[in-house]
Design a protein around this ligand. Structure first.
Ligand code: K7E
Ligand code: CUA
Length: 622
């Protein structure tokens, strides 16, 4: 294995400098602007009015806690899906159901969205994502583009490495960025190496119950786990993830976690881990089944890799996994087949924390080091199996052949791409056609909005001889990753169907009522164009009157079973808002702790008489 130290220390400086100075890239900017301006490029991305895009793009919203949906190739933004953060536009995090889902948190840091898969192909049914900020995992229903379940992942801090699903959505693996003591209890940092752990969680999804579950966890060494990917085809029972800080530094990570010349890829066989759990080879840690690799042997191996890798990506044929250097200017191609052989022949070069280390030479296929390409982070693939790696420091995408290591093409992007996303890029059969660079810095790309700018996504046409940037779109922070799916795979519903089992729902005006139990008031109301009816029998059916201190539940059903007729419900000065989509029932729960007169109104423009869709919330003083 090459020594990367001298290059890497220079790179570290470059990694930092790249975020400060862009002077070096100004010449690229000029050519790029020119090439993006000609007519044939404009035609490629032009989706005329009345026509729809070919692909959906689901972009992670990072520390906004949301997911952003775009159409490709137009790059028009279609929707924001709130997942881990409150959203007043939809009432997410305000209404009862979503408030419960959020588990008392108000924000999240959403990385790495992942579609559910069938036979290694996106099936268009579900989207998963994890929250690095408050250690949660979520599932979004693609029939309604709404978040359906969120779980807190215990014993872990910051499941950054996820979510990447196995070929038939058997599992998604959530290894964590931060090592903490099990249960996150207090332990001195002097005991870091013995008391701290980086825990990986194997999460399953019950499609019928729409529930996420933690099947088991693995207490890995106290390192940072960065990215993971599941195997495909011949390697489908396996998964890989990158590590950094195998130095086990506890302070000034920027320097201390970049000392060692090599870190590791963790290679594991999830079928084997599953079997170990079935055989009772685990310990109970806070109600979770935890495998300790130093005691329960098997299924997990370490593969040495050049220092502090970032991404690791499995080729569509499932033959290779490719680690990107971050601090070493190289992509390393590893062979699954070689790894399996090395495991079988026990070609180990020692162990760490009880986990056998495979010999680098036994698993490595080739090191690829395109000239002057700096800061490789993540790799995507096209329909011919060619690889596209983002270069964070040299601000470009490099196309290369994983089978030969040959560089095929390079295209500059503005600036500092983190991930990129190819059409159907994580499946066993990517589409080619398009790749989008998810750039960390927009700098001078758009009209200025002050000292901080949006992030940028650049659409790159792969259909010609050379890659070509043809469109760009601003995106709110922070596009850590995205996935792109063929539009016809997504089957949305038009309206919510009546649900006779829902005790909160009323579908008929005459069933509306306001029920009082002690100081609890339940309103069973409907919203329709263009009025609210809370109690049809009342003199003023659109008025709710309660006493100060009452605990109020407002159950509201939208009985306009008409596509896109959504109503909102807000109470002025009560800091409450929610949305009811066509046919949907939603509930607001709150205490009427302010006496007075408060107008209530529909917040979603629904008809010519939307402005008339209001009433009063009267709170009688004590
Ligand atoms: Cu920003 Cu995938 Cu979280 Cu790389 S990650 S850039
Ligand atoms: Cu209902 Cu506006």
């Amino acid at each position: 294995m090459k020594k990367w130290v001298p290059i890497a220390s220079g790179l570290l400086a470059g990694f930092i400098a790249a975020t400060i100075s862009f002077a070096d890239f100004s010449s690229k900017t000029d050519t790029q602007t020119a090439s993006a301006g000609n007519k044939s490029d404009a035609e490629k991305v032009y989706v005329p009015f009345g026509k729809k895009d070919d692909y959906y793009l689901f972009a992670s919203g990072g520390h906004s806690g949301q997911m952003f949906i775009y159409g490709v190739p137009s790059m028009r933004k279609i929707r924001t899906i709130p997942v881990f953060s409150q959203d007043s536009a939809t009432g997410y995090g305000f209404d009862e159901h979503s408030k419960k889902l959020m588990g008392g948190y108000t924000w999240g840091d959403l990385h790495h969205p992942a579609f559910s898969e069938k036979n290694g192909d996106y099936d268009g049914k579900w989207m998963f994502a994890t929250d690095v900020g408050n250690s949660r995992a979520a599932v979004v229903d693609l029939k309604t583009f709404t978040t359906k379940d969120i779980i807190k992942v215990p014993n872990t801090a910051g499941p950054h490495c996820a979510a990447f699903v196995t070929e038939n959505t058997e599992y998604m693996f959530l290894p964590t960025r931060f090592a903490v003591p099990l249960g996150q209890k207090y332990e001195s940092l002097d005991d870091y190496s013995s008391k701290y752990r980086g825990v990986m969680s194997a999460v399953t999804f019950d499609e019928k119950k729409v529930k996420l579950n933690i099947a088991y966890q693995v207490a890995l060494p106290p390192w940072s786990y960065d990215l993971s990917d599941a195997g495909k085809k011949g390697s489908k029972d396996w998964a890989v993830m990158t590590t950094y800080n195998t130095e086990e530094a506890t302070t000034t990570m920027e320097v201390n976690a970049s000392q060692a010349d090599r870190d590791y890829i963790v290679l594991f066989n999830w079928k084997e881990l599953e079997k170990m759990v079935k055989e009772g080879k685990y310990e109970d840690v806070g109600g979770q089944k935890m495998i300790f690799p130093e005691k329960q042997k098997g299924g997990i191996y370490l593969v040495p890799v050049a220092k502090s890798p970032h991404g690791v990506d499995v080729t569509p044929d499932g033959n290779y996994f490719i680690a990107s250097g971050k601090l070493a200017p190289a992509m390393t191609v590893f062979s699954f087949e070689k790894a399996f052989k090395a495991v079988e022949n026990k070609e180990f070069a020692g162990e760490r924390n009880g986990i056998p280390i495979l010999k680098y030479e036994s698993v490595m296929e080739r090191e690829v080091n395109p000239e002057n390409a700096l800061g490789p982070l993540h790799t995507q693939f096209d329909d011919k199996g060619m690889a596209y790696t983002t270069m964070f420091i040299s601000s470009e995408i490099v196309k290369w052949d994983p089978n030969t290591g040959k560089t095929l093409d390079r295209v500059p992007v503005q600036y500092s791409p983190g991930h990129s996303v190819a059409a159907e890029g994580d499946t066993v059969a990517p589409d080619g056609k398009w790749i989008i660079a998810l750039n960390k810095i927009a700098k001078d790309t758009y009209l200025s909005v002050g000292p901080s700018h949006p992030e940028s996504m650049q659409l790159i046409d792969l259909s010609g001889e050379k890659m070509k940037v043809v469109q760009s779109a601003p995106v709110d922070p922070e596009p850590h990753y995205a996935q792109m799916i063929k539009a016809d795979k997504i089957k949305t519903i038009e309206v919510y169907q009546k649900d006779s089992k829902n005790k909160d729902a009323v579908y008929n005006q005459k069933d509306t009522k306001i029920v009082r139990k002690g100081n609890e008031v339940h309103v069973y109301g409907i919203a329709m164009r263009s009025r609210f009816i809370f109690d049809a029998k009342s003199k003023r059916p659109d008025v709710i009157e309660v006493n100060e201190g009452d605990h109020v539940f407002i159950h509201l059903t939208n009985i306009d079973f008409d596509e896109d007729i959504t109503h909102g419900f807000a109470i002025n000065d009560y800091d409450l808002n929610m949305e009811v989509q066509p046919g949907q029932t939603n509930t607001l729960e709150f205490t009427a702790d302010k006496a007075g007169t408060f107008p209530l109104y529909c917040t979603n423009f629904c008809s010519a008489l939307h402005q008339e869709m209001n009433g009063y919330f009267l709170v009688k003083p004590k």
